[in-house]
Design a protein around this ligand. Structure first.
Ligand code: CA
Length: 336
């Protein structure tokens, strides 16, 4: 009996082995069949990293999203060397020197920013990956040469993007735009009074160029992104995580808090700041946690984003279906 069952097992083993070899010979795989994963979305990140700390959280989140294939990062809104170096050091420490760093436009906003204490004496020249001194051209080339449409994620004022559209208007036909912009029905801190949101009011003409270009657009205004703050257990999970990306996010947050004497010294022990920009990274992937509306949005000369049926229509995250669910997702991504 035992020898019969052993013989059966041997025959089964030989059958499985033959099937595997045939599979390999046909260029297939010996692993069990499973649904193919969708290809990662090519993305470019354009950010005013190093001013508010939420861009650093957003970069950390992006690096934890295998669904997004990061092709290039570019610093925007001046402080070009500081932002590029900050990107480079964060990417190098995350083991992602495959990502090229673009130096943004040289604008009047210059010098070091609030994360200089973390950046220390890091020199952009030591970045082992590619550094593009003309970040705007690198952005154009990456979009124009991509075989697949690129998702351009923008989380700061957009002088770089306005310059890119001027230099090569064709980028708007080959990319979709996802960003953190404006204030539709809600202002800062959940206020019922819409406000001229920072990324728009810093350079309204640049934003007007972006908001009228012929690309598909998705935005998170203050109505959604202005409500994201991690507290309690959610914050502690990131604060105490030993994941290298989370460790660097928190180290930068501590440096950022310490750089402002008006902030309570224990702020980084207790809670995050408002994590506006993380919502734009999420919207590059999916919309499920948000209430999405198709709205015409016009940028005024004083930096307001007003609903206007005559204006370009875009997908706008105007509310949360599940803010707590988004926060859990964010924490899981940053700490896993
Ligand atoms: Ca930002």
């Amino acid at each position: 009996m035992e020898s019969v069952s052993r013989k059966c097992l041997s025959l089964r083993f030989i059958a499985v082995l033959c099937a595997s070899l045939i599979g390999v010979a046909l260029g297939g795989t010996a692993a069990p069949a499973s649904a193919p994963k969708p290809a990662a979305i090519p993305v470019i990140l354009d950010a005013d990293i190093g001013d508010d700390i939420d861009d650093t959280w957003a970069l950390g989140l992006l690096l934890k999203c295998p669904e997004l294939d990061l092709k290039l990062v570019v610093g925007d809104f001046g402080r070009a060397e500081y932002r590029a170096a900050l990107f480079a050091k964060l990417l190098e420490r995350a083991g992602r020197t495959d990502v090229p760093v673009g130096v943004g436009l040289d604008l009047p906003s210059t010098g070091p920013g609030r994360q200089a204490a973390w950046l220390k004496d890091y020199d952009l020249k030591q970045y082992p990956g590619v550094v593009h001194r003309d970040g705007v051209q690198a952005l154009i080339d990456t979009i124009m040469q991509s075989p697949r449409p690129v998702t351009l994620i923008c989380i700061g004022p957009v002088p770089n993007i306005a310059a890119a559209l001027k230099r090569e208007p064709g980028i708007a036909r080959k990319a979709r735009f996802v960003g953190m912009y404006g204030s539709v029905r809600v202002g800062y801190g959940g206020s019922e009074k819409p406000a001229a949101e920072w990324n728009v009011r810093c350079d309204p003409p640049a934003c007007q160029a972006v908001f009228t270009a012929p690309w598909a657009m998705t935005i998170t205004p203050l109505d959604t992104c202005g409500l994201v703050v991690l507290k309690g257990d959610k914050y502690r999970r990131v604060r105490d995580s030993r994941n290298p990306v989370a460790v660097d996010v928190i180290a930068n947050y501590r440096a950022w808090v310490a750089s402002n004497p008006r902030m309570p010294a224990n702020e980084a022990d207790e809670r995050s700041s408002t994590l506006f920009d993380t919502v734009a990274i999420y919207l590059a992937l999916q919309h499920d946690f948000c209430v999405m509306e198709k709205l015409g949005i016009r940028v005024t000369d004083d930096g307001m984003t007003v609903m206007d049926p005559e204006a370009k229509r875009m997908d706008v995250a105007t509310g949360w279906k599940d803010l707590s669910g988004f926060e859990d997702w964010l924490v899981d991504r940053l700490t896993r």
